[in-house]
Write a protein that binds this ligand. Structure first.
Ligand code: NA7
Length: 546
């Protein structure tokens, strides 16, 4: 007779070792819990480990896009630029993992495939692809909001004889694009970062653009000698300001620029001369820096026209400039900032294909075939880079077989009912499962690190409370969950964020068949924190404790 070994037992299991999983481990450890982190990659970093494409960078300042919980870490770590590159963020997370001795509690190369709540034992059973099993009363999904790549299904993709690359799983050793004919599909944040860098290296670059981006020109620079030390000396004030700021980043970032626009005069009241002057003096920023664009679709369309004029002042070929002018509402997708994006299209080795008029028909062994009424062509390529986005917010947990009460599936629940959650932290029917920055949380429209730290600390306090009071389960109530999602929806109801023409990872519109619903919470992190704290102070109102 052989006795099957039982699951390895812990007080809490954390899935994912990116920004949030690392902090969850450290924080829960500090509360005296035995914690195991399960991570499918061979190292820490999460999305910042996989997305190592050329040009990858954060659009929030390094001193704010970093952990605030440890003064030692923020004093010891040296950022070299105002906004950090992917390699520097990856190195930072490795530094943190070592500094806090986190690795001993992380199982790497461990792919979680199923998580099942055992109602009798009041614990989660976690199964991995390698057949291991783990059990714990509390399960924390630190699986990321942008961790599941969306790879297109273009006919013939598999037949391409050259090299196919995906920005979301860029080769660790890099890719030599020197002198090669490179095609890039996708012009979201990733494409906009990648394209200027690839253009420098490639023999020829062809950009296949389905939706032109709205992107704000930005200067990212190395810190001047002594500058970082001065900032570090002000860290108490910097972190305090961040804490009070709606987007969790008080310094200039892609998000704070949008917030500042809200306070500007309306475009509709401006004279034609005022509008032209704004573009003449401030280019792209002048086209977009108006207060009514978020609420008035007509004003938004007028801004798009101005935007086209601003682009045409940079891009010398008029047809290319026109093709780069967006036709969807500004601000309905996540803001993008760039360094020299439009100037790239003035290079002799760069061609833009506007898929709105010349759509992709198929991938051939030799390149990409596009076709339009006016003609079709084959763009011959050695390399195709896909920068086609993510199944955001719900993607990671929907790909794990998560079973709650009565064996209900979380993936099926979200697929049929839409991405519902209470506070972005818990889903009714899935007791003791905490989701860090799930749907209905501020993360999508804020500094993820700041938003995530609040979540981890709230979860830590909640678990301590449950243990202290002898509760074995906590579960979101369906009504509280619905009220929360309605509250989140009401905030954006009158904005372009929910305009039917907007297909974005914010609302699931970028994923074929995904139930559409705006997934962010946009009243700001301070208000979100206030509500979370109030709920906790009312003995976790809206949750059932048993
Ligand atoms: P995004 O912002 O979702 O952009 C994906 C881009 O890929 C976007 O331009 C898409 O066009 C395009 N796309 C997707 N599928 C296709 C196909 N089949 N054919 C052509 N073009 C396609 O993802 P990113 O990775 O750039 O950025 C995601 C977030 O990461 C970003 O917001 C930051 O938070 C970091 P579409 O717009 O759908 O027409």
């Amino acid at each position: 007779m052989t006795i099957e070994p039982g699951p390895a037992r812990y007080d809490a299991i954390v899935v994912g070792a990116g920004f949030s999983g690392l902090y969850a481990l450290h924080h829960l450890r500090g509360l005296g819990l035995r914690v195991r982190v399960l991570e499918r990659a061979h190292n820490v970093g999460g999305t910042w480990l996989f997305n190592r494409y050329p040009g990858a960078r954060c659009d929030i300042e390094s001193i704010e896009y970093s952990y605030s919980f440890s003064d030692e870490i923020q004093q010891e770590w040296v950022w070299t630029e105002t906004m950090p590159t992917q390699p520097e963020i990856e190195a930072y997370l490795n530094f943190v993992a070592d500094r806090l001795d986190l690795r001993r509690d992380i199982a790497f190369d461990t792919d979680v495939v199923a998580m099942t709540f055992d109602e009798t034992a009041c614990e989660w059973l976690v199964a991995t692809a390698a057949g291991e099993s783990y059990a714990a009363p509390f399960l924390i999904a630190a699986t990321g909001i942008l961790s599941v790549p969306l790879e297109p299904t273009i006919p013939g993709m598999d037949t391409f004889a050259g090299t196919s690359l995906f920005t979301s799983r860029w080769p660790e050793a890099g890719a030599d694009l020197r002198g090669r004919r490179v095609g890039v599909v996708g012009t979201g944040s990733t494409g906009v970062q990648l394209i200027p860098v690839v253009a420098e290296e490639a023999g020829h670059l062809t950009v296949f653009q389905r939706s032109p981006a709205y992107t704000l020109p930005w200067t990212v620079r190395p810190f001047a000698p002594g500058e970082l030390d001065e900032l570090k000396a002000q860290y108490p004030q910097i972190r305090a300001a961040q804490r009070e700021h709606p987007v969790g980043a008080a310094r200039l970032s892609a998000f704070s620029v949008l917030l500042e626009m809200l306070a500007k005069p309306p475009l509709k009241s401006a004279s034609r001369e005022d509008r032209i002057r704004a573009v003449e003096e401030r280019g792209i920023m002048g086209a977009l820096d108006w207060g009514d664009l978020f609420f008035d679709i007509e004003a938004n369309r007028m801004a798009a026209e101005l935007y086209g004029e601003a682009v045409a002042r940079i891009v010398t070929d008029p047809a290319t400039a026109r093709a780069l002018t967006p036709s969807h509402p500004f601000a309905c997708k996540r803001p993008i900032i760039d360094q020299g994006y439009y100037q790239t299209y003035n290079r002799d080795n760069v061609t833009l294909v506007d898929l709105r008029t010349d759509p992709i028909v198929s991938v051939l062994p030799t390149g990409i075939k596009t076709g339009s009424e006016i003609g079709s062509g084959v763009h011959e390529l050695d390399v195709i880079v896909y920068a086609t986005g993510f199944d955001a917010m719900t993607g990671a947990l929907s790909r794990i077989d998560v079973r709650g009460r009565d064996a209900a599936s979380l993936g099926e629940f979200w697929a049929t009912e839409g991405p519902l959650s209470y506070l972005g932290l818990a889903v009714a029917g899935f007791p003791n499962l905490f989701t860090i920055q799930g749907p209905g949380s501020p993360s999508a429209a804020a500094n993820f690190v700041a938003a995530m730290e609040q979540n981890v600390e709230w979860i830590g306090a909640c678990v301590s409370y449950l243990r202290r009071h002898g509760y074995r389960t906590i579960e979101a109530q369906p009504d509280a969950q619905q009220n929360w999602m309605d509250q989140a929806a009401a905030i954006v109801e009158s904005t372009v964020l929910v305009h039917p023409s907007c297909n974005s990872w914010y609302n699931g519109g970028n994923v074929p068949g995904k139930k559409r619903r705006y997934m962010g919470y946009t009243a700001g992190i301070p208000e979100y924190r206030r509500q979370c704290d109030e709920i906790a102070a009312q003995d976790y109102a809206g949750f059932t404790l048993a």
